[in-house]
Write a protein that binds this ligand. Structure first.
Ligand code: PNS
Length: 204
C-alpha cells in the first residue's frame, strides 16, 4: 500500500460532489468554484519519456486544480524503453517545483485506480486532430466503465504541438538533437540509453 500525505486524504468524497453538483439541481457558479477547490485531478500516461509538452500540461493543470497526481503505468500497446521506475524518477525530477503534484505508478484499469484514490477527474493533453480519435475513444470508454469520470483536455501550447515521446526516441536514437524538446534530465537519460544501445550493437 502506498503511503499518502495527509493533504491527499483530505480529498472530498466524489459521491458528495456527484449528488450536489451533477445529479442535484443546477449548481451555482460559486458552488462549482468551491468544488474545484477540492478536486484531486489525475494526469495519466506512459510518459516514455516525459517531454516538455507533458511538463507544460502538468504545470498548467496544477494551476487549475489544488492537488494532482501524475499516474504512470505501462501502456500495453507500446514498447517502452525506460522502466516504470525510471519514468517515475524522471517525472518526479521535472515536477519537483510543483508543490501540489505527486508522481505515482498504477497498474490495471485506470478507472479502478481513480476509484481507489477517490478521484474522478482525468487530465489529458491534446496536440492536434490526430490525437482526437484516440483520446475521444479513451475518454468515452473510461466514462462507460465509470460514469462519474470526467476527462478534461488541455490544448497543448503551440510550441509543443509537434512533440511526441515516440518521435523524441527516434530522433535520439538516430543521433539528432533533442535538447529543445525534453527537460535536461530526460535528455541525459536518453543519451545514456543510446550509448547503451550502440554498445549492445557493437558487442554482437
Ligand atoms: O501516454 P499514453 O500511453 O497515451 O497513456 C495511455 C494510458 C496509460 C493513460 C492508457 O493506456 C491507460 O489508461 N492504461 C491503463 C489501462 C486502462 O485503463 N485501459 C483502458 C483505457 S480506456
Amino acid at each position: 500500500m502506498e503511503k499518502w500525505p495527509s493533504w491527499f486524504k483530505a480529498s472530498v468524497s466524489k459521491t458528495d460532489i456527484w449528488e450536489n453538483c451533477i445529479e442535484g439541481s443546477n449548481p451555482s457558479f460559486s458552488g462549482r468554484v468551491n468544488m474545484i477547490k477540492e478536486i484531486l485531478a489525475v494526469y495519466p500516461g506512459s510518459f516514455d519519456p516525459p517531454t516538455n509538452g507533458h511538463l507544460d500540461i502538468v504545470s498548467r493543470a496544477s494551476c487549475l486544480f489544488p492537488k494532482m497526481i501524475v499516474a504512470i503505468t505501462e501502456n500495453m500497446s507500446k514498447k517502452h524503453i525506460f522502466s516504470l521506475d525510471k519514468r517515475i524518477d524522471l517525472f518526479r525530477k521535472i515536477t519537483k517545483n510543483l508543490d501540489n503534484v505527486k508522481v505515482m505508478s498504477f497498474s490495471g484499469l485506470l478507472v479502478n485506480y481513480l476509484e481507489k484514490i477517490n478521484s474522478f477527474v482525468l487530465i489529458r493533453g491534446l496536440r492536434a486532430l490526430s490525437d482526437f480519435e484516440y483520446e475521444f475513444q479513451m475518454a468515452l470508454m473510461n466514462r462507460k466503465l465509470n460514469k462519474k469520470i470526467e476527462t478534461i483536455f488541455l490544448m497543448t501550447d503551440q510550441d509543443y504541438m509537434f512533440i511526441s515521446s515516440n518521435m523524441i526516441k527516434e530522433i535520439a536514437i538516430l543521433g539528432g538533437n533533442i535538447a529543445d524538446f525534453v527537460p535536461d534530465c530526460v535528455e541525459k537519460e536518453l543519451k545514456k540509453y543510446v550509448v547503451g544501445l550502440s554498445q549492445e550493437t557493437y558487442a554482437k
